[in-house]
Every structure is written in structure tokens, then in C-alpha cells.
Design a protein around this ligand. Structure first.
Ligand code: SAM
Length: 285
């Protein structure tokens, strides 16, 4: 690598040379600490035969390290000013491909299939644009695509919800839906002073790895049940659940059958207990 992009002076120099500034509406906060970028890249690449799909390369800070360590990097970017910049900053890499498209419109399954057919492992890496963190992750989760790992930076408070354990104030339907589908681990916490411009809040890098899909569970029904149980956090699970089954006695009976005391609150109910409740609900229909 000639020069890391993720330093304050190099980032300033690139922005000045290309007469551009960060666009807030695209969630642009560029990384300026190369040690952190290197760690994200190293954790993202899980094998020697990897293609990385990157969301939002910006001026190339993370992309550069991904290109160093992965066989191939495909980056999806929305900001039309950036192809010219990346052509300059990443000129030393011939394993880099830029796709100018809103990631939410990308045909992810087709892209994954292309590289799986070549026998490669597919991973996702990004310093995510914060304004669409959850839609991007749910697009990936719901695609069902064969992706080995998703390693992404997001606002710390959003990460806390994805990662939350039972009996904490962050634990909610999003935590359960995510942890039902994926093993979630925290790679590191990241302070706000390693970005230019500096955001108002700290960040964290999480890694998601898909669990094997359970064919015996109808996910749409399971997720609606979980969401219904968290509808009013302060209410007991019985009060929330009875709206879902539309029958007070049935709610009480099914919760007891699932060994969940009806006066508990949803935030104390583990994923396995929610699965038990789903099974009782499904068999009682
Ligand atoms: N990877 C760079 C870094 O770490 O310095 C930039 C990260 S910046 C937080 C987010 C990037 O995502 C920006 O380059 C932004 O233009 C891009 N972006 C925003 N919305 C996008 C979308 N819908 N699809 C693809 N890229 C998007």
C-alpha cells in the first residue's frame, strides 16, 4: 500500500484536490484512523478466497485495506462525485470494482450467485451510512443469500439494540429477529473522533454470521408474534399477547403451556422461550 487514506492529512488532501466536502444526506463520515480501518478489514475477511461486497466506499479508506487482503472487492456507492475520486485513490488495485447504485436497489442474490459459482466466499463489510443502517441490514438478512459474514460499523446505540441480551433495556424485537437469524458479536467500539466530519455519537463494529435456517418456523408469523409481545414495553406479556391472539383466556393458556409466567414482561423472555410460545401458538391454531 502506498499511503493510507484513513489519516486526517490524507483525507483533507483528497477532499481538497477533488473540491468536495462530506454530504450529510448520504451519511458521509470518513474514517481517519488507519489502525481501526485495518482491524475492520482483517475481521471482515474470513478466508483466503473471499470477495467483499462493500457498501459506501466513500473516498476509499476501508476499501483500500479490503483490496490489500481480499481477492476481490466490489463496492456499491450512491454519490456520483466519487467515481473520479476512487479512480485516483485506488489506482494501484486491479481487484477493485465500483458499482454506482443505491445498495437498497442492488440485486444481492444475483451478485452473490455470481461469486459463489466461482467457488468464492462472499462477505459484506462497511462503515454504514447511519441513516439507513437497519434497512440495509434487513435487506441482507431477508435476501437469504449465502453470505459468510457481515462486518459493519454503525452508531453505538443502534449496535446495542442488535447485540442486546435478555433483561436489558436495549433488548427488543429487533434484537430477537436479528439474533434468531444470526450469531452477533462486537468486534470493537469506535470513538467519534476517528471520523471526518466528527459525528455526535460513538460507533461500534458488529459482526453477523447466519445460523442455519429453521424450516419448521414460519418467520413472518414468528416475527409478528415477537413484535406484538413488545408492543407496549411496560405491559405484561399477557396483555400484549392477548391482542395478538385476540382472546384473553387463550393468551393466558398458551403462555402457561409455553412455561412463560403471564405476568412477565417481554424484555425478560429469551429467544428460546419465544420459539416455545410460537410452537404452542402454531399447534393450537
Ligand atoms: N467507507 C468510507 C469510510 O469508511 O470512510 C465512507 C463511509 S460513509 C459513513 C458512508 C458511505 O455510504 C458514503 O460514501 C455514502 O455516499 C455511501 N452511501 C450512502 N447511502 C448509500 C446507499 N443508499 N447506497 C450505497 N452507498 C451509500
Amino acid at each position: 500500500m502506498k499511503k493510507p487514506i484513513a489519516t486526517p492529512s490524507r483525507t483533507k488532501e483528497i477532499l481538497e484536490t477533488h473540491q468536495m466536502s462530506a454530504k450529510k444526506n448520504y451519511g458521509q463520515n470518513f474514517l481517519i484512523e488507519s489502525g481501526i480501518v485495518e482491524k475492520i478489514a482483517r475481521s471482515a475477511i474470513v478466508s483466503d478466497n473471499c470477495v467483499v461486497f462493500e457498501i459506501g466506499p466513500g473516498i476509499g479508506a476501508l476499501t483500500q485495506y479490503l483490496c490489500e487482503y481480499a481477492k476481490k472487492v466490489v463496492s456499491f456507492e450512491i454519490d456520483e462525485r466519487l467515481p473520479a475520486v476512487l479512480q485516483d485513490t485506488l489506482q494501484e488495485y486491479d481487484n477493485f470494482e465500483l458499482v454506482m447504485q443505491d445498495f437498497l436497489d442492488v440485486d444481492l442474490n444475483a451478485w452473490v450467485k455470481k461469486y459463489k459459482d466461482l467457488g468464492m466466499d462472499v462477505v459484506v463489510a462497511a462503515n454504514l451510512p447511519y441513516y439507513i443502517t437497519t434497512p440495509i441490514l434487513f435487506k441482507i438478512f431477508e435476501s437469504g443469500a449465502d453470505i459468510s459474514a457481515i462486518t459493519v460499523m454503525m452508531q453505538k446505540e443502534v449496535a446495542d439494540r442488535f447485540y442486546a441480551k435478555v433483561n436489558t433495556k436495549e433488548y427488543n424485537a429487533l434484537s430477537i429477529v436479528t439474533q434468531y437469524r444470526c450469531e452477533v458479536s462486537q468486534v470493537m467500539k469506535v470513538p467519534k473522533n476517528v471520523f471526518m466530519p466528527k459525528p455526535n455519537v460513538d460507533s461500534a463494529v458488529l459482526q453477523f454470521r447466519f445460523k442455519p435456517k429453521r424450516e419448521d418456523i414460519n418467520e413472518d408469523v414468528f416475527f409478528s408474534l415477537v413484535k406484538a409481545c413488545f408492543k407496549q414495553r411496560r405491559k405484561t406479556i399477557r396483555n400484549n399477547y392477548q391482542d395478538f391472539v385476540q382472546d384473553k383466556q387463550k393468551a393466558q393458556y398458551q403462555l402457561e403451556l409455553a412455561h412463560i409466567a403471564p405476568e412477565r414482561r417481554a424484555e425478560s423472555v429469551t429467544i428460546d422461550e419465544f420459539i416455545q410460545l410460537y410452537e404452542v401458538y402454531y399447534n393450537d391454531k
